[in-house]
Design a protein around this ligand. Structure first.
Ligand code: UGA
Length: 429
């Protein structure tokens, strides 16, 4: 099938590259000329394991193309995916102006039947606005359907998540669009849930909100564990064996970040309020998440007493491992709070330092973890990059000014660290 993907950011680019690898012919639309040039040469504009290979393959096999012009994509493709961003406004409501602009452009380009699929994460019943707007600007009265096909891609794992998903959700209004979507995804083996359009929109928000709830739940339990001498990692393990609970998303730490959970929770709460429902449980989830960063600061203070004039080394800046994404990373708030108290900051991240440089001020970025630890009064871990597990901790202890470690992601075994001579603080252990 011929597919047009409008907006090739994280979600759009992964969708485009993966659909082309499944044998479809895909046109990705990118309006930024520099990014477009890079993509046409076969280079990814995002850091995502496996994506470069798929882009190069797609271009070589002439299954993947990049254009700047929406009209060209709509003309050549029977299915159009909307994958543009929906950044949050100050009150938590998402800004849908990019979606609206793209929808108007699609409408004025229609010259025959097209299936228009909403993949961007949007408030419930946005599909109705999409439909209404297309009808208004549809100069040639072309036939069209609207469908909702939310994404469940994790950054750093997005290619695998696309090609081997737990499920595919398709919100449709008729058999024609259902059949088209089923054909599009026929090579992917997984449960395929066909629903109404508002249901599909809610599934996306409810899924992210539930995962964030699991994280704040375990972080709350972690506080109690600490007080009574229990180990939250073992508590999570013990809970996770129960299939009804599941093992994933029960890792206690400095809290969730990124561009999805914080934004989607705020949007879901706002959407519920607008519809006269109170999702107070999610406000509590947000509150717990915010307080995790303050809790981490109090652990650094437990180690150092006064922060003014001290140097804190930070290992891990991205909001999670295997990404260079700094958007709403807990490291930003933690570093700002430490600087406010007068601490100097040294930092290292395997991938995110260039992006971190754009959002953090007065941070000395170091070439490796050992240089970050050198002469620091305390070493703080904020992202669980694999390479941190392999560090020579004896070497780290020797270069630190004082052997203090605050492990914001429970990477290390507390007992082992204490035996190595560290003053060690974890989260809930
Ligand atoms: C999340 C969802 O997992 C995807 O299914 C969804 O498609 C995506 O949002 C989206 O809406 O686009 P992502 O933001 O890439 O994906 O990252 P996650 O792997 O879900 O992690 C989110 C945050 O939770 C990270 O900061 C991570 O460190 C934190 N986390 C995760 C924990 O603190 N504990 C855990 O046990 C798991």
């Amino acid at each position: 099938m011929n597919i047009c993907i409008i907006g090739v950011g994280y979600v759009g680019l992964v969708t485009a590259a993966c659909f082309s690898s499944l044998g479809h012919t895909v046109i990705g639309i990118e309006s930024d000329i520099d990014k477009l040039k890079k993509l046409k040469k076969g280079f990814s504009t995002i850091y995502e394991p496996g994506i470069d290979k798929l882009i190069k393959e797609g271009l070589r096999k002439k299954k993947l193309f990049f254009f700047s012009d929406i009209e060209k994509g709509v003309e050549k493709c029977e299915v159009i995916f909307i994958c543009v961003g929906t950044p949050p406004k100050d009150d938590g409501e998402p800004d849908l102006s990019h979606v609206e602009k793209v929808v108007r452009k699609i409408a004025s380009s229609l010259r025959g039947y097209r299936l228009i699929v909403e993949k961007s994460t949007v408030p419930v019943n946005t599909w109705q606005w999409v439909k209404r707007t297309i009808s208004l600007y549809n100069k040639h009265n072309s036939e069209f359907d609207v469908a909702v096909n939310p994404e469940f891609l994790r950054e750093g794992n997005a290619v695998k998540d696309f090609l081997h998903p737990d499920r595919i959700v398709m919100g449709v209004e008729n058999e024609r669009s259902r059949d088209t979507l089923l054909k599009l995804y026929e090579k992917i083996k997984c449960p395929k849930l066909v629903t109404g359009l508002p249901t599909a929109e809610i599934i996306k928000h409810a899924s992210n909100s539930f995962l964030a709830t699991k994280i704040s739940f375990i972080n709350s339990v972690a506080r109690l564990c600490e007080k009574v001498g229990a180990d939250v990692n073992e508590v999570a393990q013990g809970m996770g064996y129960d299939k009804r609970i599941g093992k994933s998303f029960l890792k206690a730490g400095v809290g969730y970040g990124g561009f999805c959970f914080p934004k989607d929770l705020a949007a879901f709460i706002h959407m519920a309020e607008k519809n006269g429902c109170d999702l107070g449980i999610l406000r509590e989830v947000q509150k717990v998440n915010e307080s995790q960063k303050k809790l981490l600061i109090s652990k650094i203070k437990d180690a150092l007493w006064v922060l003014k004039g001290k140097t804190v080394g930070i290992l891990g800046l991205s909001f999670k491992p295997d990404t260079d994404d700094m958007r709403l990373a807990p490291s930003i708030d933690v570093i700002n709070l430490l600087q406010k108290e007068g601490a100097a900051i040294k930092a290292y991240d395997p991938q995110a330092m260039s992006n971190a440089g754009k959002v953090l001020k007065n941070v000395k970025f170091c070439k490796d973890p050992y240089l970050t630890a050198k002469d620091s009064d305390c070493l703080v871990f904020l992202t669980e990059w694999k390479e941190f597990e392999l560090l020579d901790m004896n070497r780290i202890r020797k270069v630190l000014k004082t052997p203090a470690i605050v492990d914001g992601r429970n990477i290390f075994d507390p007992e082992k660290m204490r035996k190595l001579g560290f003053v060690y603080g974890g989260m809930g252990r």
